[in-house]
Design a binder for this molecule. Sequence first.
Ligand SMILES: Nc1ncnc2c1ncn2[C@@H]1O[C@H](COP(=O)(O)OP(=O)(O)OP(=O)(O)O)[C@@H](O)[C@H]1O
Ligand SMILES: [Mg+2]
Length: 629
Amino acid sequence: MNFIKNNTKNEKTNTEPSPKTKTSSAPLRNRGLLSAITPIGIEFNKNEFALGENYCRIYSVIKYPPEVSIGWLSRLTGIPGTIVSISVTPIDNADFSNTMSRTVSEYRAAAESTKDQLERSRKIKAADDAEKIMKQIDQDNGNASGFGLQIMVLSRDKEDFTDKCSRIESAANALGCRVRILSNLQKDAYMHLSATYPQQKIINDIIERPFLLSTFTGGYPYAENGFCDTEGYYLGKNSSGGIVLFDLWKRSTTRTNSNITLVGDSGMGKSTALKHLILSEAARGTKIIIIDPEGEYKEICLSEYIKGKWIDVAGGRGGVINPLQVRPAPRDDDEEEKGVKDQGVDLSGVGDLAIHLKTLDTFFSLYLPSLTDSHKALLELVLIELYKQFGITWDTDVTKLKNAVYPTFTDLYNLIHGKKETDKSKFALYDELELLLSSAANGADRGLWNGQTTIDGNSNCICLDTKAVTSMGSRILSAQYFNVLSWCWQEMSKNKTERVMLIADECWMLIDPRCPQSLEFLRNAEKRARKYEGSVVVSTQQLVDFLDPQVKMYGQPVLDMPTIKLLFSLSGKGLEEAVEVFGLNTAQTELVGSKQRGAALMNIGAQKMKIQFSFSDERLAMFGKGGGR
Ligand SMILES: Nc1ncnc2c1ncn2[C@@H]1O[C@H](COP(=O)(O)OP(=O)(O)OP(=O)(O)O)[C@@H](O)[C@H]1O
Ligand SMILES: [Mg+2]
């Protein structure tokens, strides 16, 4: 009986569909297996052979270690780019016991007769091991069989072929196995391994060894060395070159949300990994919203693969998000949201307007840090009056209102101006407020915020480009980032069953230590996202902004809460902080500090592993040139 394990199925060189193949209708073809059983041409040499375009070599295992641990075989049978064949021949337990008994006697006699101390202890050990097996068969009903193991390397690239051969040899050495190429027997070995031929006696005689069935099966020869979520898409490769098959939406006891944290120094590959996620998720039908402070997602968003909507939210040319439009905000309660509203007042008793006034308080704190408590209190009163004038009260259900019904900054400014004249007792305060808001109403910032919301979220992918805001200073940048974020949350929470992935790249730009509420908003969004089939992806170069003592109570959960974390290379203080925040051990610290572009420590649920984001040139070309080189 022959069992064949094909580890070449995910190898790029062997599985790519031909350009003429229609991927949607054609059945999936495993080209590695197809070319192995129906090669175009075969040419056998002494130690290797050519199978179509592939370089091939078959290794046979001729010696096994005397002692093994659970899963021992998987290290040899799970090497990517190889085909493994295991032949099993049932043997009679009684015959086997007799043979073993003879073997024990031979070892014992040899141990007695030798004068070499080392040799003697080896023979005694071998006799003890054989006796143990005999006992297992006799007393514990163990089953013995004859096993033979062959490993075939298959590659179109000579260098890759040599690499894989070395990997097999070193994996065998590390295990205490001995592998042989069986010179001049490659043809017989190939026939023995092939599913279309019976076992070849000449090979069987060389490679077959008796084993307890439990020893072999306990070696997990069929264990995959990759990471597999069963569904999803290729994310990257793990440290042993195995495929990481990832499903962002998978839930388990340790994967309770679909949020992702990406941290890493500049140029280490965060945005590249994100672009791969965007393309992969878009192909699965997930709606994508990107906050793009570096203007690097335009190309991918408008590409033929996505055909999304790109909006410049930096000054009216592309679109305005009116901060005064009442939008829902994620709430910090652990209650399941029942979705039942009574005229805008939900079960928690807090209406949309009340929640939005809090969002506005955060917005104004970021935009105008010099606002005093008195300014804020007065501004809130004016806002309530303004909303009342526009027919919006505590009880209004805003979900049915159109963008055009909301007041703008001009309306707010005019109301304050009017109040200044009618309420002389607070003239000075109104006057200051008027001055502070004049830029948003009539000055340089009016293009950003003064107007009704003009952007609409009706697309499978929306890229909100805030690049041009960067030059307006950190105050305006963080306020606009927050304004955009609150609009994104509105989009995410519109439909509880639609999968939405929100990507907040360079998220540190949102943070102002004087205003922890912006991070509180983000933390609440992460907390609530799973109830809306949402995924919040936060990417940052810097940890320090999140860990500032003034904002740490919200900043740390923003980094910590996602059940998927990707730590790209970090250096200096960033690395020290990562060690503390993510509890990295020495090996993990070494990996994160190793300055490898495109490599990350992936923390997924309770598992930590190295992932290498490795893409073909074609795939990289799909990401566009926005990320630089
Ligand atoms: N996995 C990868 N494979 C090949 N090239 C990569 C990979 N990751 C990154 N690069 C290259 O490095 C460049 C910079 O990477 P990327 O933009 O992803 O870095 P980043 O971590 O987002 O940096 P920043 O924080 O400055 O935005 C990319 O444009 C790409 O050319
Ligand atoms: Mg980037």
